[in-house]
Design a protein around this ligand. Structure first.
Ligand SMILES: *[C@@H]1O[C@H](CO)[C@@H](O)[C@H](O)[C@H]1NC(C)=O
Ligand SMILES: *[C@@H]1O[C@H](CO)[C@@H](O)[C@H](O)[C@H]1NC(C)=O
Ligand SMILES: *[C@@H]1O[C@H](CO)[C@@H](O)[C@H](O)[C@H]1NC(C)=O
Ligand SMILES: *[C@@H]1O[C@H](CO)[C@@H](O)[C@H](O)[C@H]1NC(C)=O
Length: 779
């Protein structure tokens, strides 16, 4: 894997599960889980409730389909908010029979998803004295639903005796289960805890193994505890991971309430459970849903993507859904959770490092990073070997030759197995220490890990040089020197992590993704007491806080900030909150240069950093807002060519959408706070329209447009001046992109931006243009 998925080994398990889930040929009686989306408007008057009707529908399937060997269908969940319909265990023939009913919109097989961590508040310039924190009262009374691996209660991050009782609008519950006593676990900070396992259990074919995991909201893994405390953890003095990152830890929305929905289990997170949790979170009264989970591989079509469907349901109810973009970078089109109504978050570094240097026998020093917290190396000069010469370049457990590595420092290549597992493999083979070296895939991206042996991680170029040194010496030696926690503007921050998934948008190239980047590398947050910080069985340590990396960690930062904005501006739609975050995001690092991409060391592009790095205090006062409503998203679905049937999955109870009466001329006409232009020729001309609302005052604000780049494109804006008469007034403009490039640009991209400025606010949208060569996304 080599990706910083905290659930490392389970990812393999879930692949196996997916194979098991593929329905057998013919009607063998094998049941699997399907999510059935239903058009509720067709409910006959004879059925008193939707649930009754769903049951009747299943009972009235043709008789031969209900006889053994195919057992009767079994209902797992009813959905009413995130979508309408149900999840059920069905045979393939039963599923096919349902598909043919006119009021069944779609019957999708259940699928497994995967979960994709405190200096970050200071790095984000959040202050108790001014800006978004005090303006929002720290989001007291906002509820953030964290859909993840559950929660480990009683951690200091989840205790805050100063909070008032939960908001009266809260209708959620705190449910008990083995190892989780709700009357002890829940309090005014952790106001809800539920668990959704029917899809998981059904897919496994047996009850949850309680010796491995807890059938309760209890987080036995750590990921959910970490994300929840990042979004809304209470302030904790002198937090840290051993000697590292010590200081006050606090979540983004320090006083927001947390509701934990456990949807991820040892073998993955199943769509049917995710939808059930989204449904519950909306119904319970959550303001923000934080979902650090997504598809592996390319993003599914929106109409086959349960997270996209559920998030649409959430948007209809005014609930912001913030998701991780995925850890599949640095390749293009790797971002998932890319529907325009989702807030899609990529991962970047902060200005905190955990340096641990490699010093070779010849005195050369290479900078690395590490969170190793045990005994130091005894000698300053240990023999150094390359794992590739000792049986396993990647340091796979059991494949290293003890005779060759015992007592030595071993250079292992990154990739395939989890980074901490490599150190564990070296330790098991008797090695004294490890240098973990990147290969081309990850370039210079460094992730500090809490290794079990003295170990550090170096970039690709240092790795190459150390391998050369080993080859050129008869008795190469090295040592590793751990330098603790260093906060500094050198190297500059933020930088986009190489693992952070990127655009263009695989399903709708006219919608720029990711939307924003936020801290996701080496993040300190709370951890479970059940598992070790490395999640390795051989690691006996238990910690209050852990430092991990991933877009999983960046997502809850933005979820927390969205809750702060929601609390400050209760009338703002999820799209308005997103607009404020995007148009105020920054694009320069703390050395004044364009934010760099760690995979190349070069400037990042909007396909990598979206609109830029979130700036919470600026988002408090965005000046103008690009808003969108449910109808706009429906028009967008028409514009990307979805059929009435596919769109009905999103409209549900409304009348059939008539796409020819919809106003969007093209998908890029959605009122999005970013521009992504796909030119089909070098002389193509593309025009998009936008509407902006004056939310910043004064009444008579006058905004002027300023355009930068992209090269090879003539960008014109009409009008180029927006003269407002009132707050909350909306004005529109058209922006035209005329390609004036030569043929050489085919297949390339160009980037720029447009800023509307009134002298006080600068409302910036990124521009990405692509000259199409041959790529056509299949819808
Ligand atoms: C749960 O905690 C409460 C309060 O401490 C206690 O009274 C109750 O017995 C506990 N329930 C279980 C099942 O342990
Ligand atoms: C250092 O030496 C001591 C005693 O010789 C030994 O117990 C310890 O395990 C050694 N530490 C390492 C990291 O090798
Ligand atoms: C759809 O809208 C078009 C344009 O407004 C109209 O001509 C057509 O009759 C409508 N079709 C239906 C089925 O309502
Ligand atoms: C850009 O477009 C404007 C308006 O259409 C036109 O007046 C101008 O000449 C164009 N510039 C270039 C370099 O083509």
């Amino acid at each position: 894997m080599g990706k910083p998925f905290p659930l490392s080994s389970p990812a393999v398990l879930s692949l196996l599960l997916l194979l098991l889930l593929i329905p057998a040929n013919g009607n063998t009686g094998q049941l699997s889980t399907y999510i059935v989306h239903v058009s509720p408007a067709h409910k006959p008057a004879s059925s008193p409730t939707l649930r009754h009707w769903y049951r009747c529908t299943l009972r009235s399937l043709p008789r031969h389909l209900l006889r053994t060997p195919a057992p009767a269908p079994r209902l797992l969940y009813f959905y009413s908010r995130a979508t309408t319909g149900f999840a059920a265990r069905l045979s393939p023939a039963q599923a096919a029979a349902l598909r043919s009913l006119p009021y069944i919109l779609s019957v999708l097989p259940d699928r497994a998803r995967q979960p994709h961590t405190t200096r970050s508040p200071t790095f984000l310039r959040l202050s108790p004295y001014s800006g978004l924190w005090p303006s929002s009262s720290f989001a007291s009374d906002a509820v953030i639903a964290v859909l993840d691996t559950g929660i480990f209660p009683s951690r200091p991050s989840f205790l805050d005796s100063s909070l008032s009782p939960p908001p009266s609008s809260w209708r959620g519950s705190c449910d008990s289960g083995s190892g989780f006593n709700s009357s002890q676990a829940c309090n005014r900070k952790l106001i809800g805890a539920r668990f959704f396992y029917k899809g998981y259990e059904s897919a496994m074919g047996h009850p949850i193994d309680e010796s491995r995991e807890s059938k309760s909201p209890l987080d036995t893994e750590g990921h959910g505890t970490h994300t929840a405390s990042t979004a809304a953890g209470a302030a904790v003095e002198d937090a840290g991971f051993y000697q590292y990152a010590r200081g006050e830890a606090r979540g983004m929305a320090t006083k927001a309430r947390i509701a934990a929905y456990k949807i991820c289990w040892a073998a993955g997170c199943f769509d049917s459970d995710i939808l059930a949790a989204m449904d519950a979170a909306i119904d319970d009264g959550a303001d923000v849903i934080s979902l650090s989970v997504g598809a592996t591989g390319f993003a599914p079509s929106f109409y086959r993507d349960s997270i996209a469907i559920g998030a649409f349901g959430a948007a209809r109810h005014g609930v912001t859904v913030s998701c991780s973009a995925g850890n599949s970078g640095p390749g293009p089109y790797t971002a998932v959770n890319i529907a325009p109504w989702i807030l899609t978050v990529g991962a970047s570094t902060i200005d905190r490092e955990f340096p641990a240097d490699v010093i070779l026998g010849d005195g050369t020093t290479y900078g690395g990073v590490s969170l190793y917290a045990g005994e130091l190396l005894n000698s300053t000069d240990l023999p150094l070997v390359y794992a590739g010469d000792c049986g396993s370049r990647l340091c796979i457990s059991g494949y290293l030759d003890s005779a060759k590595v015992a007592g030595k420092i071993v250079l292992c290549d990154r990739g395939a197995n989890a980074r901490v597992e490599k150190g564990s493999a070296v330790k098991l083979a008797g090695g004294a220490g490890m240098i973990l070296a990147n290969t081309a895939e990850n370039g210079e991206e460094l992730i500090a890990d809490s290794h079990l042996i003295p170990a550090t991680m170096v970039g690709e170029s240092a790795g190459d040089k150390i391998r050369d040194y080993i080859k050129s010496q008869s008795s190469p030696t090295a040592t590793v020197v751990f330098r603790g926690t260093v906060i500094s503007s050198s190297p500059p921050a933020p930088k986009v992590a190489a693992f952070s998934s990127r655009g263009p948008n695989y399903r709708a190239p006219e919608i720029l993704k990711p939307d924003v980047i936020a801290p996701g590398v080496n993040i300190l947050a709370a951890w479970t007491g059940i598992s070790s910080p490395t999640d390795l069985d051989i690691d006996p340590r238990r910690v209050l806080f852990n430092i991990i990396s991933g877009t999983s960690m960046s997502c809850p930062h933005v979820s927390g900030i969205a809750a702060l904005l929601h609390k400050t501006y209760p009338d703002w739609s999820p799209a308005a909150i997103k607009s404020a975050l995007m148009t105020t995001a920054y694009n320069l690092d703390n050395s004044g240069e364009i934010i760099k991409d760690l995979s190349t060391g070069e400037e990042s592009t909007p396909f990598v950093r979206g609109a830029g790095h979130v700036d919470p205090n600026k988002a408090l006062d965005p000046g103008l807002i690009y808003d969108s409503q449910v109808e706009d998203y429906l028009a967008f679905l028409c514009a990307i060519g979805y059929s009435t049937q596919q769109i009905a999955l999103f409209t549900r109870d409304e009348t059939t959408v008539n796409c020819s009466a919809m106003t969007l001329a093209s998908p890029g006409d959605l009122n999005y706070p970013a521009f992504s232009v796909v030119f089909s020729s070098t002389s193509d001309i593309v025009t998009f329209s936008r509407v902006v609302r004056n939310v910043g005052g004064p009444d008579d604000a006058v905004y002027e447009a300023e355009i930068s780049g992209p090269p090879g494109v003539n960008v014109t804006v009409a009008p180029s001046k927006l003269v407002f008469d009132a707050v909350d007034q909306s004005l529109s403009y058209e922006i035209t992109f005329a390609s004036i490039a030569d043929a050489a640009v085919a297949g390339s991209n160009g980037f720029g931006g447009i800023s509307w400025s009134d002298g006080t606010h600068s409302v910036r949208s990124p521009i990405a243009v692509s000259w199409r060569q041959s790529f056509v996304a299949s819808m």
